[in-house]
Design a protein around this ligand. Sequence first.
Ligand code: AMP
Length: 631
Amino acid sequence: MTATPTTANATVGIDLGTTNSLVAYCDASGPRILPDALGRALVPSVVRFDAEGVVVGHAARDSAADHPATTISSVKRLMGRSLRDAESDLRYLPYSVVAGAGETARLSIPSLRGGPRVFSPQEVSAHILRALKEQASDALGIQVTRAVITVPAYFDDAQRQATKDAGRIAGLDVIRIVNEPTAAALAYGLGAGLSGEKFGERVIAVYDFGGGTFDISILRITPAQAEGETSFFEVLATSGDTHLGGDDADHELMRRLLGSDPEALPLADRRTLKREAEALKFRLTESELANADFTLVGRHVTAEVSRAEYEDLIAPFVKRTLELCSLALSDAARTLRRPNPPPIERVIMVGGMTRTPLVRRAVGDFFQLDPYIAVDPDQVVALGAAVQASILSGQTKGALLLDVIPLSLGIETVGGAVAKLIVRNSTVPAKASEFFSTSVDGQTSIRLSVFQGEREMAADCRRLGEFHLRGIPPMPAGIPQLEVQFLVDSSGVLNVSAHERRSGKRAALQVIPNHGLTREEVDRMERESYAHAREDMNRHRVVDLIANSKLDLKWIGDRFERFKHILEAENRVDLQARMETLQEFVRRAETDWDSVDPNEFHRAKEELDRASVRLQEVGIAMSLKESQPKV
Ligand code: AMP
């Protein structure tokens, strides 16, 4: 059963993850995940581009190893980043990353229809978001168009803007970008006034150990004390390792099972080994002793691994996460200008690896607290995003939530220093203005460079963009009065404007982050996505139909060969004809997807399914007979 929301513009919460993504919705009964038609909650964040179109999610992930150059995973690592920013990640990515306009990281996909194409990370993410949007729309039975999307607390302005743009390309109105740890806290009702408890300011830790990344965030929550007041979520510190996660544990188990370096194995074997190692890891979460028993090409592997042995294997990774926790705690002390780290009142566990008993024990010992594990660690961020969505759309009563700006924002002044207009941890929306002037007589144009960061010199901060205010009448140095205004909207996206007061000159001044897309690009992609919506949907349907029809043809064909002698002649001829018809649709669709009408294709498949009912009955009866014990 699916519930229908009371309002037509339901706002969903989306956890757009590096490995997996989820979508959730919150109504009066609380937040819940919206699964796909097969009941699966997670959508792998994997997109494949091929001649037939775009494949997203499970299908793309499961066949990734066969299409390394055209399958994009971990695109989150490239969002809003320049090629240089992303350099350390490139060796982990099997596809080709190239420089686009303004040195942005772009993905180059070979051998598509009409030659190779270059995509922005935003476009790739938009495919994932579109899949989640459709999944949510199907589950709720209405067209979902509004979302809250989560990002890591350390994402800068360009990365947040890129995430928003991806939403827009996917046809989603992104009403807020929220920090992942903030969402996790909300899922536990902390600060949202949902739990009904009243408390003062409290500092919590969010320990997020996923498949490929580790993040620790220290948050301060100042909850609303009365209805209608505001809760503050401040990120006091973050730390982490973008290449530390469950994959490392899998790799250790792979070596243990093989007794040698898995890299030397053929690809197919390595895949089998990885799957078996991960399954063994899951069993070791549940029991003290677990077995592996499987076959690689030309080799049978059996092993018995105890939890103690597994814990020895992963102990260095767990230790590293705790070192990063220590770092974050000292950073939090620095933010608060206190000599010691603040006492932590709660630790929230996020990410699948936090199911591991050793991880829970180690985190509990480190913080001297029982970690919060009640909410599924894979779902907690998406559920919290749904809570936020519900608060914003007025469905959930409770305090209004404001997020904060993670890094200070400012303008470069003469000599390369940065004048900060909005300081870190200001709550959003935030607005500030300051006056500047010229440093040279007769200067008629001023260049303004916008920076983000905590350091004093522009060279040590991150340049977000620049613009010129031109047409100032010549005046002596120091006379022009240039008012620069910064406005950070409620999603943490920055708009800058400048105005020369004496001449009244204004500039057309929206700061486009260097590493994001331009407005025009986003507009174009949005238009394109509308223009291609029907075509994309048809292509998607045909691709699905080809795969499902092949399965049907194989299954029905096998049984037909075995049992056709038992079928009535009329049914036999009918079945044969329908199989041939469907086979012909598959053949034509595989040659050119556009040459078939998806509705007719679908009908042919349904007709074959219907015609095969008798064959299925015969098959079941025969196999029951075969499995009867012989007396
Ligand atoms: P996430 O990125 O949050 O989806 O975390 C996924 C990681 O958690 C993967 O490395 C999974 O293998 C791991 N994981 C999921 N479930 C378990 C479990 N029951 N025990 C141990 N690790 C798990």
